[in-house]
Design a protein around this ligand. Sequence first.
Ligand code: OGA
Ligand code: NI
Length: 346
Amino acid sequence: MVEVERVESLAKSGIKSIPKEYIRPKEELESINDVFQEEKKEDGPQVPTIDLQNIQGAQKASMDWGVMHLINHGIPVDLMERVKKAGEEFFGLPVEEKEKYANDQATGKIQGYGSKLANNASGQLEWEDYFFHLVYPEDKRDLSLWPKTPSDYIEATSEYAKCLRLLATKVFKALSIGLGLEPDRLEKEVGGLEELLLQMKINYYPKCPQPELALGVEAHTDVSALTFILHNMVPGLQLFYQGKWVIAKCVPDSIVMHIGDTLEILSNGKYKSILHRGLVNKEKVRISWAVFCEPPKDKILLKPLPEMVSVETPAKFPPRTFAQHIEHKLFRNKQEELVTKKKDQV
Ligand code: OGA
Ligand code: NI
């Protein structure tokens, strides 16, 4: 296994300036501002807060923003607190302890403790470590890979995953109705109870000595059908809305919900998968718990549903499996990088 530098270790080493691999390209630096200043801004569009009882509100926000703070989501707040406490305690362990759970991306062991490996020529890295594992369906989990410390981790996370699975069904129903489809249609299209996978990624963003130069997660859209996110009330998430980066304020007891590429494709672009990224800061560690609800990798050919396609609104996405969709995005990013490099050389 290759030695990987953990961002946490780097952060704790006392460096005053960050290694060049973490410095964003100059065009991107222009838009990276202090996250606490950003959070104070009152002007401009704000990520909508949606009461899940208000189905139309959820449908509208999914078409406009593709992301929202969900309230009245039905998940017990004390359970959310237990999940967060368990993750915080796990990440509170020394790095050497966490290394026992290290993933090994080279051999395809993607579950466990990890940090981004440079996957492109520029060697660009992100200011975060993470823990990634499948949480649902239960017969597909590998509990031997989950944190053993703290002792409540497995129980709290399992219970939370069950609740999220029910919440996902409610949301799929509301979104199906929003497209004029049968209520159970979207859930079926992404694999139903058997095949839809819920994957948990705990994002751990250490304090960063030069937050104006780095990103915790670079700009991306989620490939999932839906993503549900908890966080430790430290701001960081930004959404690219109407050509500007908008910070997500911290809304107590809410769950951030994203529409991912999968639903954008099925709905032929009616529901939006919004570009987003994560800022870091000097003062506070930020942690977020993202659960990605994903269709099976190869079994389903994702494409705009026939009801969403007409002469006036032709299909905006070619048919691809989930795996092919991910491959296509990686390929496209590599192409873009080549183009940028060429520009730098002239
Ligand atoms: C992600 C993500 C944002 C956050 O993990 O895909 O966008 O708030 N995270 O940590
Ligand atoms: Ni994301």
